[in-house]
Design a binder for this molecule. Structure first.
Ligand code: 13P
Length: 342
């Protein structure tokens, strides 16, 4: 294992003022997103939309890496330049989603386990030749009656550790993503308990497979009440409880954390991140790896007129990226939203 290379890449991913753009929606998820804005989800439309994201001028000021999907890492710009090469040229790290999606966990109705370990060593070798420097694997934990089960937490944590070890062997930084879904009516207290349980188990399993945490980025959800909870937690409480869960579970050597947005509004995702970064100094940089919270306005603007609105859509992406970049440094304020170009 080339630990120095892994450390260097991981540090670059969470460098000061920078975060990650998640643009790795599978074709199925892309279908849903495109349908919501009335654009047919053809391969060419997916390509054109991703080109709009990746070619935004100056993106590298705020974005250190972009997560691509299998189809996307093989695609090119209109001028015939591979997307991964476009990113490399800007000094942005290309990343790749490598899990094969969610399946029902046997004997556990309503719970999911992430698949994709079979053939992963070979797929990682190919992705490396295509330019990938880090790889994401997403596990999903649902909070509900008698859920999550220990079996679900264990199966997902173990799979994440197996994938992370394969990534490090290949010289690719694993971006380990346990996501606790925001769906449901659970309290922030329940989310705290489940967050601690999944994070503890995940780092235990990573250690069990001899994964070096200095070459890992944790991508996870914030500690937050379920969307349908009668009592919603305030911004300060989300920030405080998330940091408290991290202090209880994350090893000091971990290189950094990049949050997912998970269905929070764009502004909430930025505000919560900022609130954590104005609190005390922590051993890990807290950054972002947002999909929807960076792309929501961009997709909407682009979809209104995919030929004419490219520049406007890119402006929106740069604006949201800048707001989140400021939030990683605790320098964001909601007043800044008045400067929104959309
Ligand atoms: P969201 O920020 O839209 O949750 O997406 C991030 C992601 O990559 C989920 O796997």
């Amino acid at each position: 294992m080339d630990i120095e290379l892994l450390k260097k890449t991981a540090k670059q991913m969470v460098a000061t003022g920078k975060g990650i753009l998640a643009a790795d929606e599978s074709s199925g998820t892309c279908q849903k997103r495109f349908e919501s804005v009335g654009v047919p989800c053809t391969e060419e439309n997916r390509r054109a939309y991703r080109e709009t994201l990746l070619t935004a001028d100056g993106l590298e000021q705020y974005i250190s890496g972009v997560i691509l999907y299998d189809e996307t890492i093989r695609q090119e710009t209109n001028e015939g330049e591979a997307f991964a090469a476009v990113l490399e040229k800007k000094g942005i790290l290309p990343g790749i989603k490598v899990d094969a999606g969610l399946k029902g966990l046997a004997l556990h109705d309503g719970e999911k386990v992430t698949e994709g370990l079979d053939g992963l060593r070979e797929r990682l070798a190919e992705y490396k030749t295509l330019g990938a420097r880090f790889a994401k694997w997403r596990a999903v934990i649902t909070i509900g009656k008698d859920m999550p089960s220990d079996a679900c937490i264990h199966a997902n944590a173990h799979a994440m550790a197996r994938y992370a070890a394969l990534c490090q062997e290949a010289g690719i930084v694993p971006m380990v993503e346990p996501e606790i879904l925001i769906d449901g009516d659970h309290s922030i207290g329940r989310c705290y308990e489940v967050s601690v349980a999944i994070l503890k188990k995940t780092f235990g399993e990573l250690a069990g497979q001899d994964v070096a945490v200095e070459g890992v980025i944790l991508k996870t959800s914030m500690v937050i009440a379920g969307k349908k909870a009668a009592k919603q937690a305030g911004m300060e409480e989300v920030a405080k409880e998330t940091v408290r869960a991290f202090k209880e579970t994350l090893p000091a050597g971990l290189t950094g954390v990049a949050f997912l947005s998970g269905g929070q509004t764009d502004e909430q995702a930025t505000e919560h991140l900022n609130a954590m970064n104005v609190m005390e100094k922590l051993p890990w940089p807290l950054s972002f790896s947002y999909g929807r919270a960076l792309q929501n306005p961009v997709l909407k603007i682009w979809a209104e007129n995919p030929n004419a609105n490219i520049a406007k859509a890119q402006e929106a992406l740069l604006f949201r990226s800048k707001m989140n970049s400021l939030a990683t440094q605790g320098k964001y304020s909601s007043e800044m939203e008045k400067e929104r170009p959309y």
